[in-house]
Write a protein of this length. Structure first.
Length: 232
């Protein structure tokens, strides 16, 4: 009997789903190093990783964010990021309210380069957005910088079991659940479409109000553990 090694690899991948979620202490340690990147050229990609942790969106969607997708940045109550259908996994537009910390981050990212069309532009290459794999490399570099303080338990955990950018998204999902956010609202934040005909075809409600409440609750938790105020 012939064995298809690719099929076997796919089967093993399905049997071992990713489960990595960052603890509050790990978030605090990682955020600190992302907030102060070692080189100015690393700032946009560090900010993109922070954006994943603030919004829960897919790393590829964050790295490819365009300025034309942002609206009402001067209006904290209505500021949004609209990811077009062609850039989402579900091929369905995702409108993300920008809670105060995310809004401040997006404003700061846009201010880095007035002439760019992307939100998180690459300073290494002549391109207006980051490559998806840039986030993985930047996260690895950030964790490498933490090794000097490996007596801290959270830092040891990050070094010994390094997270991926997608693990940051999973951390947001898990954190929202822990904060009591309803499942329907968590799914809306993560842009997970219900698998039945109602969810795929009929339910077009964007849940903007519910998503904003959920993300503000998540940011309030982050602000507490990072010991900082939230300003739009």
């Amino acid at each position: 009997m012939k064995i298809n090694p690719l099929a076997d690899m796919r089967r093993r991948a399905r049997e071992t789903p990713k489960e990595r979620v960052l603890s509050d202490d790990e978030i605090r340690a990682l955020w600190g190093v992302l907030e102060h990147p070692e080189f100015p050229a690393e700032q946009p990609v560090a900010m993109a990783l922070q954006a994943v942790l603030l919004t829960g969106q897919r790393p590829g969607e964050v790295s490819g964010a365009q300025r034309r997708e942002l609206s009402k940045l001067s209006d904290p109550k209505n500021a949004c990021w609209e990811i077009p259908a062609e850039r989402t996994k579900a091929r369905r537009a995702q409108i993300m309210p920008l809670a105060p910390m995310a809004l401040a981050l997006f404003r700061a990212a846009v201010a880095l380069d007035d002439d760019a069309t992307g939100v998180f532009g690459s300073r290494y290459l002549q391109r207006d957005t980051l490559a998806r794999h840039s986030l993985s490399r930047a996260l690895q570099r950030a964790i490498e910088r933490l090794k000097a303080n490996d007596r801290n338990a959270a830092i040891r955990s990050l070094v010994e079991d390094p997270p991926t950018p997608h693990d940051l998204r999973r951390t947001v999902a898990t954190g929202l659940a822990a904060l009591g956010v309803a499942r329907e609202d968590r799914l809306a934040v993560l842009a997970h479409v219900a698998g039945d005909i109602h969810g795929r075809v009929y339910d077009k409600y964007a849940r903007l109000k519910e998503k904003r409440i959920a993300l503000e609750k998540w940011e309030s938790h982050l602000a507490t553990l990072l010991k900082r105020e939230r300003h739009p």
